[in-house]
Design a protein. Structure first.
Ligand code: FES
Length: 352
């Protein structure tokens, strides 16, 4: 398959070599599309195919495909919702608060505010530790200072970063933040909003829930928040906030043991509502639940957005991916590659 096709990306038409991924075709024309993992896992690059066709490479969900996997095969028009440009900033930890069970709330004060949409995530590198993806959220009673980022993190004994919270990582620890990323952010719309989380997947879901109640109060809202260990149902205060703001359909559930009422026993999957075509579903948590919910939503034609939790491995940067795409060695960028990295960075800045 050779030759070029006309690819229109958010209204701008470029000549795109057939066989390139949509992201690669965009980069060749100086368009940096939203992306993160570029391995088909994070969903950040999901785009709608408005007309024409592409080779979805198995990533199609309705009319959408992953732009890091789908390839140009003919003329096509694609669209994605604009998102804040990826930026970098520094900051420091100002508080680590126990929320119950294994969950802590980590509050970071950043040098520059990080614009993000409710539901997106950022990469956080505590000084001396590898970067991890976390979703910025709000305090459990729905508040946030503009120069702060709040995260919910489950402390595990073998977690390189999480086990250090409160020990090697404490108030004053320096932090670097990059982002935002992610496709599972709140959209304007009509119809019911269904929010589903497991564990600290509640962080993006809580951010979406508050924004939805304050910005789109006419939309019915259903929340299902779950944990395996009932002590990790740390979101009871948030459920009270939602109830005070008119949300009646709230289920808290733990599968490991009987939780304190009104929380119930069982997995989130046992309490899923009957989805309707007019629903918009947001799900965050374990891949098993995310897959189940996406499939059930897809069956009835409901929109479903998710940012599945990824394993904590090093992921290639935009620069590394551009160099890989051009066939260069990641460790030694050529001057051309450096120029392209600069282009990618400046294009991203322009979109702020
Ligand atoms: S799935 Fe395409 S950038 Fe992550």
């Amino acid at each position: 398959m050779s030759g070029k096709s006309r690819l229109t990306i958010n209204g701008k038409t470029i000549a795109a070599p057939n066989g390139l991924t949509l992201i690669e075709a965009g980069l060749q024309a100086g368009l940096v599309m939203p992306q993160d993992c570029c391995t088909g896992q994070c969903q950040t690059c999901r785009v709608d195919v408005l007309s024409g066709s592409v080779d979805a490479k198995g990533t199609a969900e309705g009319a959408s495909v992953l732009a890091c996997q789908a390839c140009v095969t003919g003329d096509a028009e694609i669209h994605y919702d604009p998102v804040p440009a990826v930026m970098k900033t520094g900051g420091s930890v100002i508080a680590i608060n126990d929320l119950g069970g294994e969950i802590v709330e980590v509050i970071i004060e950043v040098t520059k505010p990080v614009p993000y949409l409710p539901g997106q995530y950022v990469k956080v590198a505590f000084s001396g530790f590898p970067a991890r993806d976390f979703s910025p959220t709000l305090t459990l009673n729905g508040l946030r200072e503009i120069n702060q980022l709040i995260f919910h993190i489950r402390r595990t004994a073998d977690g390189l970063v999480s086990s250090a919270l409160g020990g090697a990582i404490k108030a004053g620890h320096r932090v670097k933040v990059t982002g935002p990323y992610g496709h599972a952010f709140l959209r304007q719309g009509e119809g019911r909003i269904v929010l589903i989380s497991t564990g600290t997947g509640f962080a993006p879901i809580w951010s979406i829930a508050v924004a939805a109640r304050l910005g789109q109060p006419h939309r019915p809202l259903t929340l299902i928040a779950s944990a395996r260990d009932p002590r990790n149902l740390y979101m009871r205060e948030s459920c009270d906030w939602l109830a005070r703001h008119g949300v009646e359909d709230i289920v808290l559930t733990a599968s490991g043991a009987n939780p304190l009422p009104p929380a119930r026993h069982g997995r989130a999957s046992a309490y899923l509502p009957s989805f309707r075509a007019t629903d918009t579903v947001y799900v965050a948590g374990t891949p098993g639940l995310v897959d189940l919910v996406r499939s059930a939503a897809q069956d009835v034609g409901a929109k479903c957005y998710s940012d599945p939790f990824l394993p904590s491995t090093s992921q290639p940067t935009i620069g590394m991916r551009i160099r890989r795409f051009l066939g260069g060695k990641p460790s030694k960028p050529s001057p051309v590659h450096a120029q392209i990295e600069t282009l990618a960075a400046s294009l991203a800045r322009e979109k702020t």
